[in-house]
Design a protein around this ligand. Structure first.
Ligand code: C2E
Ligand code: MG
Ligand code: MG
Length: 763
């Protein structure tokens, strides 16, 4: 059992039982202690009582008879000492006396003459004769006697004492008569209960009556009168040791019984708690623990009361819901919501695993970075819903093209990445890239139309030592190279590209100071009229003469300038430099048109129109002699806004040209709306026209379409006479290319430009 399990067991519900048992034990100890203290106290009290009782009984036993007699005589003496007694006696029958000695409350006092005639009685006026009662006749009784009282017609006890005259002659007696009926009740009332007193009435050693039940049958109460010898009443009050001990024992027994009952009750309660709650909960906990450990499905406990089962079911549902929720959350965290493909996070994780596997197998891992070409156009022109649909379809197709063990992930908007583990060579990956490209190129049928898209794919192949992020970055760089090289192709990241990527970093830093160091120049490439062969204008092309790197191609540094925003000040420099050159040529009598390339970043700059206008005005140049070239793809990024800017520029008098036409997928509808003067057929079509019938058809279509819209058609990149001838035949208006002239410094180009002076001379 692990430490965790042990800990968790302590947290399990059966510890409730343990805790309850501990509580009960504490209660028992407290109660037991209290009972012991109480019991001990009771025993001590009982012992003290017993000691007192023993002494009391001993004392009573020693002089019981005399004390009893003394009691009676003393009372009688007190009565007789009362000066009213003789008068009472004289004034009979209304004596009005009462005898109030406990336990003789309710007793009557009779004063009796020597012949037994009642002289006076506290209870009745009439004469009563105690005839037959020997004690009355002699008044020799020394204690209470038992006799039948004629007055009350019931058993009575009498205390009699003789009354003598001055000569010592017996003249009568005083008799205190107490009815026996109710004596026990009166004694009990006087002494607080039968356990606190005993009485015995003896006559000459014979037991006449007793309250001790064990000896009661030895005598019993007398009825009727009889001759008594020496009668005594003995009353012992207090608590006897035996009764105290007995009551203590019974109290203890009672408490023990109560305690045992309580313990039994608690035990029963505990058992019920254990059976009804702790056990089912324990079982439930075990089930949950098992589930957590082994991932087994949760089952409610097999035993337990309905409530626990219901609880278990609820818990089960809760856990299931939680598992589902967690599953969903994990899925969402690792997947792209649109295509349901793994996202970047999961991609990196899979790539990490693939690379660690590669260290075991010794094979390579390939990463293919796929970017849909000009996907923004699809979104912008057809809407995001169609865009999403296209992406989803392509994702599905790609998924069915890759091998089962490979991973396809959505990296970003229109970017997908394939991880191919266990690769043995680049050829294998190129084949896969071809297959992927074919899959992507299958037309996608949406609700509105049929679309065909292509993709640029960058490939990076890594070994176990590669880092996932480096591999993805390299594949991304290779993808950009594929874009640069014309899109719809795939490129492998190699050492050249690595150097290029490193150079790009260096270039970025260097370009920032290139303007200040005056390292940027403009080269000019002439443009000729295919009909006349005359140079009708030049295109200004930026050149960077780096002190250490030499001449850096605009293909390398313009994208960096665009990325960093440096293109804006650089663009200003180009326009200003072109204006300065135009001015210079004009001053030399050369009137020509200069084409200036404008990047997307420049075009979207809010001050672009004003700035260009200001520069032109500053150099006192006619805007009509400046043709601003914008690539088709730049215009399509935000066509409506581009149209607005173009209109503003045109209204200022600038000429406008769509550069690299044919590569930007602009629709005819847009072409109509772009307020431009010229279309420049991309040089890739010109390059392909001699061996690709498709390119020829496309060029013919562009020429026909452009001409129909009244646009000037220029073909760029003409390198051969065939190309020139073919384009001329096709009706292309102007041409530009190495065949005619390479981009050259202004002073070199100047010689090629027709001067107005020269033309005037010819004319
Ligand atoms: P582009 O505007 O299409 O320029 C034409 C490119 O084709 C130039 O490349 C030019 O040297 C090249 N070229 C001309 N004739 C031929 C030919 O017969 N065969 C071949 N293979 N190439 C030919 P360059 O000067 O390297 O410029 C490349 C691109 O850089 C330009 O393409 C343009 O997009 C961009 N760029 C150049 N200068 C500037 C600039 O001042 N501003 C901006 N924004 N972009 C510029
Ligand atoms: Mg251009
Ligand atoms: Mg071009």
């Amino acid at each position: 059992m692990s430490a965790d399990q042990r800990r968790s067991r302590w947290r399990q519900p059966w510890s409730v039982g343990v805790h309850l048992a501990a509580c009960v034990a504490i209660v028992l100890v407290v109660f037991g202690g209290a009972a012991a203290v109480t019991g001990r106290g009771m025993v001590q009290h009982a012992r003290a009582d017993a000691r007192a009782d023993a002494g009391f009984q001993a004392g009573i036993a020693a002089d019981a008879a005399s004390r009893s007699l003394a009691l009676g005589q003393a009372q009688i003496a007190v009565l007789l000492a009362n000066p009213s007694i003789p008068q009472v006696i004289a004034a009979k029958p209304d004596c009005g006396l009462n005898f109030a000695l406990d336990p003789f409350a309710g007793a009557r006092l009779d004063i009796v003459a020597a012949d037994g005639t009642v002289i006076c009685s506290s209870a009745h006026p009439g004469p009563v004769t105690y005839a037959g009662a020997s004690f009355v006749s002699t008044f020799e009784s020394t204690g209470p006697v038992r006799f039948h009282d004629d007055l009350t017609d019931g058993a009575a006890l009498a205390l009699a004492g003789p009354v003598h005259d001055a000569n010592g002659k017996l003249v009568g007696g005083i008799v205190v008569v107490a009815p026996v009926d109710g004596l026990a009740t009166r004694l009990a009332a006087a002494y607080g209960g039968p356990q606190h007193y005993r009485f015995t009435i003896t006559d000459g050693g014979d037991l006449l009556s007793t309250s001790i039940p064990a000896r009661a049958d030895a005598g019993g109460l007398l009825s009727g009168s009889r001759s008594l010898k020496s009668t005594s009443l003995r009353v012992t009050a207090g608590v006897s040791s035996s009764s105290a001990l007995a009551s203590t024992r019974s109290a203890l027994a009672r408490e023990a019984l109560l305690g045992a009952g309580a313990v039994l009750l608690i035990l029963a309660l505990l058992a019920a708690v254990n059976r009804r709650i702790a056990r089912p909960l324990r079982e439930l906990t075990r089930v949950v623990a098992d589930t957590a450990t082994h991932g087994a499905p949760i089952r409610p406990p097999s035993r337990g009361v309905a409530e626990i089962v219901r609880l278990g079911n609820h818990f089960d549902r809760m856990m299931a819901a939680r598992q589902t929720y967690e599953g969903q959350l994990t899925y969402q965290m690792l997947h792209d919501p649109l295509t349901r493909l793994p996202n970047r996070v999961l991609l990196t994780d899979r790539l990490t695993h693939a690379l660690s596997d590669a260290s075991r197998t010794g094979r390579s891992v390939a990463v293919l970075f796929i970017d849909i070409d000009r996907f923004k156009l699809v979104n912008d022109s057809l809407g995001h819903t169609t865009g999403d649909e296209v992406l989803t379809r392509i994702a599905r197709r790609l998924g069915s093209t890759i091998r089962p063990g490979d991973t396809l992930a959505r990296f970003g908007g229109d970017e997908f990445v394939v991880i191919c583990a266990g690769v043995d060579g680049a050829d294998e990956v190129h084949d896969l890239a071809d297959r992927l490209a074919v899959t992507i190129a299958i037309p996608v049928e949406t609700a509105d139309q049929i679309l065909t898209v292509t993709a640029s794919i960058g490939i990076a192949i890594g070994a176990a030592s590669s880092r996932p992020e480096d591999l993805i970055r390299d594949a991304d760089s290779a993808m950009y190279l594929a874009k640069d090289r014309g899109r719809a192709r795939h490129e492998l990241f190699d050492d050249t590209l690595r150097v290029r990527a490193a150079d790009r970093l260096t270039l970025d830093g260097e370009l920032r100071v290139a303007l200040e160091r005056n390292e940027l120049r403009l080269a000019y490439q002439p443009k000729v009229n295919l009909g006349t062969g005359a140079v009708v204008g030049v295109e200004a092309l930026l050149r960077w003469q780096h002190p250490a790197l030499g001449e850096v191609s605009p293909i390398d540094f313009i994208p960096i300038a665009e990325d960093t925003g440096l293109i804006v000040p650089i663009g200003r420099f180009v326009v200003a430099e072109a204006c300065r050159q135009l001015r210079a040529w004009r001053e030399q009598g050369i009137d020509t048109e200069v084409a200036v390339n404008v990047s997307g970043r420049q075009l979207s700059h809010p001050d672009f129109v004003d700035e260009v206008h200001a520069i032109v005005a500053e150099h006192d140049v006619d805007p009509a002699s400046i043709c601003l070239e914008l690539t088709e793809s730049v215009l399509m990024i935000d066509a409506p806004r581009a149209i607005e800017t173009l209109r503003a520029l045109r209204s200022l008098g600038f000429k406008l040209s769509i550069d690299d036409f044919g590569t930007g997928y602009s629709s005819l509808a847009y072409l109509q709306r772009f307020p431009v003067d010229e279309l420049k057929i991309d040089r890739s079509f010109v390059h392909d026209m001699t061996h690709n019938a498709g390119s020829v058809t496309l060029i013919e279509a562009i020429i026909a379409m452009g001409s129909a819209l009244g646009l000037r058609i220029v073909a760029e990149g003409i390198e051969t006479r065939d190309q020139e001838e073919q384009l001329r035949r096709m009706g292309c208006h102007e041409a530009q290319g190495y065949l005619i002239a390479r981009p050259q410094p202004a002073d070199v180009v100047t010689a090629l430009l027709p001067s107005t002076v020269a033309r005037a001379a010819v004319d």
